[in-house]
Design a binder for this molecule. Structure first.
Ligand SMILES: [Zn+2]
Length: 196
């Protein structure tokens, strides 16, 4: 369900009816809706601090001070909001973050994360392709390069001894700069190359 549906469901289950959500004909006519208050917090929704305090006290007495009501609702229901697809989904739909991060789950659901990773891969592939072109001198032996790639043994990658996109130095896309490396080692090496 999307963000707004989630908030409405929460309000309904807390016994706060639509009339409170839509404020229009309520005594709080001049205040922005409760939904805004929940999603934006007191300052951004411009709800009077006193009223905000009263409503929070009444409907969310357990909410830690300073925490956004929307965050609180996600916590107590074990749900998380994905900023990418705007859906509020069970926590399990979000991959764990690597240790030491302030948030234990990623802010983007697995489905959206997959799409982003694919995009990153595509960008990386294009970057490598461009680097190869750029780092191939006019005198390079194209046939010899092609042969090296064709004869690469299974489980091995063709590796640039001096990386094409190195941090300190950039190698050339020529036969002399190519070697076979076990695939796992090649992935570990990435673009690190120390100038001796
Ligand atoms: Zn998503």
């Amino acid at each position: 369900m999307d963000k707004l549906d989630f908030v409405k469901l929460m309000l309904n289950s807390l016994g706060i009816g639509e009339e409170v959500i839509a404020y229009k004909n309520s005594p709080y006519e001049r205040v922005i809706s409760m939904v805004n208050m929940i999603m934006l917090g007191q300052r951004k929704s411009k709800v009077h601090p006193k009223l905000f305090g009263e409503l929070t006290e009444k409907y969310f007495p357990e909410k830690p001070h300073g925490q956004l009501i929307f965050t609180y609702l996600q916590n107590i229901t074990d749900h998380l909001w994905c900023y990418k697809c705007n859906q509020v989904l069970p926590k399990e739909n979000f991959a764990m973050n690597a240790g030491g991060k302030s948030r234990d789950r990623q802010s983007c659901c697995r489905g959206c994360r997959g799409g982003i990773n694919k995009l990153f891969d595509l960008v990386a592939v294009n970057k490598r392709r461009a680097a190869k072109l750029e780092r191939t001198p006019p005198w390079a032996d194209h046939d010899a390069i092609k042969k090296i790639y064709e004869n690469c043994p299974p489980g091995y990658h063709v590796d640039h001894i001096v990386p094409l996109q190195g941090t300190h130095v950039s190698g050339l896309h020529i036969p002399k700069n190519l070697q076979y490396l076990p695939a796992t080692e090649n992935l570990r090496k990435s673009n690190k190359f120390e100038v001796g």
